[in-house]
Ligand binder design. Structure first.
Ligand code: NAD
Length: 318
């Protein structure tokens, strides 16, 4: 049988390069595309790696040429700080990337496409308490995402849906994916990686800076579970959007305590209420996912943070 050819866009990024590795192990021929090479893994993990700016149709046509299935992960995004302060970049760059990827997939007769949406699409009014009710897929409407990033994701879900007449579309809403080999410093770093770096650099008995009051809640899904969930969804006949996340709600304070325990340090917290902290609480309702894919995350937060912390420790010691 001929090997199936797949494209991963955003293959230079965190989830993308883990997905390339996973798909190679599954036996696919994999092309990775990104505006930059992967920072923490060799680019030749993919059979072919192209550096292309996917905001342009001609580049999207090169990327999708000869491809059976696309995993569309490329996005200009980052942590809370980045999302709040780079609104026009987020809207312009990501709309261009997604519109041109969708159209190029049609021109090149791609058979199936996966789009990585986000829990950020869910409305503000359902995320105002720390003890929040977990979000099910149908909660996205009436729509009032709390950020331009969330609005763009919601728009792009609809954009890809409109191409269902040309190819199969699968869409997942990721909830805070974390793990080794992701950005851990600067405005593009997310909370688990950023907090792990701060704890790794802090002396035993010292304090770290925390954005907000530490009581804001989220759920966090380990990267290996995420790529497994993507694969399950891609191989299924289910056509509606699905959450991919954990349904274990923890506060930022809880997460710092878990990381400190892993590090074997006593770490204090200094809160900065002026820094962006996003919605008050957010959790994933996995009922539909369990029902249709028989999938749920397997790796505990403690195990995932242990692996993440150990990797970040090797990086900051360099
Ligand atoms: P990431 O920033 O590590 O990866 C995104 C990649 O897209 C980057 O390598 C970046 O260089 C690339 N990119 C940006 N602009 C590009 C362009 N013009 N052309 C080509 N490539 C470009 O982020 P990630 O965490 O791996 O996220 C992957 C996808 O999952 C994104 O679409 C993101 O919005 C979505 N998502 C992630 C999370 C999460 O918790 N990590 C949560 C929800 C949704």
């Amino acid at each position: 049988m001929e090997q199936k050819k797949v494209l991963v866009t955003g293959a230079g990024g965190f989830i993308g390069h883990h997905l390339v590795r996973f798909l190679k192990k599954q036996g696919y021929w994999v092309r990775g595309v990104d505006i930059k090479e992967p920072e923490y893994s060799p680019k030749d993990e993919a059979d072919e790696f192209l550096v292309l700016d996917l905001r342009y149709l001609d580049n999207c046509l090169k990327a999708t040429n000869g491809i059976d299935e696309v995993y569309a992960l490329a996005a200009d995004m980052g942590g809370m700080g980045f999302i709040m302060f780079h609104t026009s970049d987020i809207l312009y760059n990501n709309v261009c990337i997604n519109a041109n990827t969708a159209e190029a997939a049609r021109v090149n007769k791609v058979k199936r496409l996966f789009y990585s949406s986000s829990a950020c699409v869910y409305p503000k009014y359902r995320q105002e308490e720390t003890a929040v009710v977990a979000l099910k897929e149908s909660d996205a409407y009436p729509a009032v995402p709390d950020s331009e990033y969330g609005w763009e994701k919601l728009f792009s879900e609809r954009l890809y849906r409109s191409y269902e007449q040309f190819y199969d579309v699968r869409i997942a809403r990721f909830h805070n994916i974390f793990g080794p080999e992701g950005t851990y410093d600067g405005e593009r770093a997310k909370a688990p990686a950023s907090l792990s770096r701060k704890v790794a650099l802090a002396q035993d008995g010292n304090s770290i800076e925390v954005w907000g009051d530490g009581k804001q809640t989220r759920s966090f899904c380990y990267i290996d579970d995420c790529v497994d969930g993507i694969n399950n969804l891609m191989r299924s006949d289910f056509k509606e959007v699905l959450n991919i996340g954990s349904d274990r709600l923890v506060s930022v304070d809880d997460m710092i305590d878990i990381i400190s325990k892993i590090a074997g340090k006593k770490i204090g917290k200094v809160y900065d209420a002026t820094k962006p902290q996003g919605v008050r609480g957010r959790n994933s309702d996995n009922t539909l996912c369990k029902q249709v894919l028989n999938w749920e995350p397997k790796i505990s937060l403690e195990e995932g943070l242990d692996r993440t912390y150990k990797w970040i420790l090797t990086q900051v010691k360099k």
